[in-house]
Design a protein around this ligand. Structure first.
Ligand SMILES: CC(C)(COP(=O)(O)OP(=O)(O)OC[C@H]1O[C@@H](n2cnc3c(N)ncnc32)[C@H](O)[C@@H]1OP(=O)(O)O)[C@@H](O)C(=O)NCCC(=O)NCCS
Length: 158
């Protein structure tokens, strides 16, 4: 499989509104794409998606395909959109899917800031957020576990 970037016409970005079977598909991507300690169970995902401040966008390969290629999960508070999860299925990485998902979330929010936490050793993620203009806004020591900090990143939207 090649690594041609997927243009906006190649994928559909869909806002989750309770569509059937999506949660199982997200869970399958989580299991394949995140360390076991970070992956949410299908039940946990279902609970999170019921909260009114949750935003979930997912990508499909267009032409009414139901295959989910990747997704972002974010929470809104008064001022900020906070990205909690950005995951793309391994076979579809490096084609611009995470970038398109994040850009869509940023362009459709009215919040003043976007924020997130990233493991600075997660180079694909750190470079992704850097390429989108997120900037370092502090370090959370022992965030993942003792001795393993997270970087707080922020992007001004207004
Ligand atoms: C991080 C992740 C979401 C990136 O998704 P993706 O769809 O492959 O990213 P994109 O193709 O949109 O990449 C956009 C830019 O990010 C950077 N980037 C992404 N992956 C990269 C990698 N493996 N190496 C270097 N740069 C990378 C590049 O600047 C890239 O632009 P370019 O391809 O034009 O050089 C994906 O690797 C993933 O799901 N990882 C596991 C889950 C995870 O760690 N999520 C983040 C923390 S919750």
């Amino acid at each position: 499989m090649g690594h041609r970037p997927m243009g906006q016409s190649d994928i559909d970005i869909i806002r989750y509104k309770g569509q059937a079977k999506v949660v199982e598909k997200l869970h399958a991507i989580e299991k394949g794409g995140l360390p076991r300690s970070l992956a949410l169970s299908a039940d946990e995902l279902t609970k999170v998606l019921k909260r009114p401040n949750t935003v979930l966008l997912f990508a499909t390969s267009g032409s009414s395909s139901t295959e989910v290629l990747g997704y972002i999960l974010a929470f809104q508070n008064k001022l900020a959109l906070h990205f909690s999860r950005v995951v793309v299925a391994e076979a579809y990485r490096r084609r611009g899917i995470a970038k398109q998902l994040i850009l869509e979330a940023l362009s459709s929010t009215k919040k003043s800031f976007a924020t997130l936490h990233v493991d600075p050793q997660n180079q694909p993620a750190a470079l992704l957020y850097q390429s989108l203009g997120f900037q370092l806004d502090g370090v959370l020591e022992d965030y993942y576990r003792a001795g393993k900090p997270a970087h707080k990143l922020q992007k001004h939207l207004l």
